[in-house]
Design a protein around this ligand. Structure first.
Ligand SMILES: [Zn+2]
Length: 450
């Protein structure tokens, strides 16, 4: 630590620099961070330079990014929640349809945390809060009151083909972003990559960590600890690109083209029992760059397994294994493909762990129709029996007449309101006359609805 006279000297240099260059320090934007060791001196320096003082343990923003010496707590992310409140409070006074709100949630709210989610494993409580604020806004609530949520966010935050509305599942999306960032760190060539490889992977090759099923050091910065939390997802996309075939463990480690799928489990366990674990042990010789595989006799295969080996060889030929002279390499790729992995692939993998849901009858054609989004969403609610009919309200504990207000004859269920009620049958009939569609469509939809 410099003594007071050195600081006075430094201050003088600053002043000389300022008057000579005309560049002035912006004191309002400057901050002196101290580590509690000599608070009195820190205060003296801050007063000397005329800038504010703050303890470094509370963290600070650098290039828009919040840096903190020790682990991230929930409290360190409240500013992100404040951003949600700020955005929502601007919209809540507007009369937006459900479709409009869905668009805002999808294109604005879900994207607010993207920048941070690709570097940090955000605390679950913060994600829950973001999801609940989005849900409250989606169903027409404001920051002061909430309305009835017709469908859980977990249900609609799924792809449309899985029965959802295609909203982002924030936790899964966060995992996908983080995994993509880890991949760039490990396979990249920049400074950050060399830090990861030297500091966290301790200079050991990736295959060492892959076989250990644990990635790098268990200690480190919040960013590194976040990476470790999604390591399984990262490992799922690691596979071997076969060259000499000497490094890959047959049946235990996947290859880019899915070679191991051609061998049956019986054959693999037989090979293992003979100590044959690597692909090069199954190759008799290389004819230029093409492998000449060992025969059933050379492998001492029992008669029951011979045909399995012969049929596997046909698949190997199709897959075209070529020796390029170099060792096998561990690459990050989609299964059975050499295509690079996109964030979309990662998101699909991260969200595949969600429990499957019973799907409402809602064909994908409906999503692609030229109807306004609000009409599509309303029909989704009707088909999955989530709209506010008396039947649904009573299920939620409401009491009321429960009869159809049009005919007063039957209980107000969706099937009655939209199909069976004499009033709606009349509407369907008039519509079929006006727009010229065959009346049978009405019966078709009714049957499908049941
Ligand atoms: Zn009725």
């Amino acid at each position: 630590m410099l003594c007071k006279s050195s600081w006075l000297c430094l201050n003088e240099i600053f002043h000389m620099f300022q008057s000579a260059s005309g560049l002035i320090i912006n004191k309002a934007k400057s901050m002196l961070y101290h580590n509690d060791s000599n608070e009195e001196l820190a205060l003296w320096i801050a007063t000397l330079f005329g800038i504010n003082l703050a303890p470094i343990k509370d963290g600070f923003k650098y290039l828009g990014f919040f840096l903190k010496p020790k682990g991230n707590r929930k409290l360190d992310w409240t500013w992100l929640i404040d951003r949600f409140y700020k955005k929502i409070s601007r919209w809540e006074m507007q009369f937006l349809s459900l479709g409009g709100r869905v668009i805002l949630v999808q294109s604005v709210l879900s994207q607010l945390a993207v920048y941070w989610a690709h570097l940090y494993f955000l605390p679950s409580s913060i994600i829950k809060k973001m999801v609940s604020l989005s849900a409250n806004f989606l169903w027409g609530g404001t920051s002061h009151f909430s309305k009835m949520h017709l469908v859980k966010m977990d249900t609609i935050s799924r792809p449309k083909r899985s029965g959802g509305w295609g909203l982002l599942h924030m936790r899964s999306f966060g995992k996908a972003l983080l995994c993509n960032s880890l991949k760039r760190g490990i396979f990249g060539t920049g400074k950050w990559s060399s830090i990861i490889n030297q500091k966290y992977l301790k200079g050991k090759p990736l295959v060492y960590w892959y076989r250990k099923k644990s990635l790098g050091s268990t200690r480190g910065s919040a960013i590194w600890l976040g990476y470790r939390k999604i390591q399984e997802l990262f490992f799922d996309f690691l596979r071997w690109r076969i060259n000499t075939g000497s490094s890959i463990l047959i049946g235990l480690e996947p290859t880019v083209l899915g070679l191991e799928d051609s061998l049956s489990p019986d054959l693999i366990s037989f090979l293992h029992s003979w100590g044959l674990f690597s692909w090069n042990k199954l190759i008799h010789a290389w004819s230029s760059s093409t492998p000449v595989w060992k025969t059933v006799d050379e492998l001492n295969l029992p008669p029951t397994l011979c045909h399995l080996w012969v049929s596997a060889l046909k698949v190997f030929d199709v897959k075209g294994i070529k020796q390029s002279g170099t060792n096998d390499v561990l690459v990050w790729s989609k299964s059975r493909s050499t295509q690079p992995v996109s964030v979309k692939d990662l998101y699909a993998a991260a969200s595949s762990t969600l429990q499957p849901l019973p799907m409402p009858w809602f064909p994908s054609k409906f999503w692609k129709s030229s109807c306004p989004l609000k009409a599509i969403l309303f029909s989704w609610l009707v088909f999955s029996n989530r709209n506010l009919s008396w039947e649904v309200l009573q299920r939620k504990g409401w009491t009321g007449p429960g009869r159809c207000v049009m005919c007063c004859q039957a209980p107000e269920t969706n099937i009655h309101m939209f199909f069976q009620c004499p009033a709606s049958a009349k509407i369907w009939y008039e519509l079929s006359l006006t727009y010229g569609f065959p009346h049978q469509i009405f019966s078709f939809v009714q049957v499908a609805f049941k």
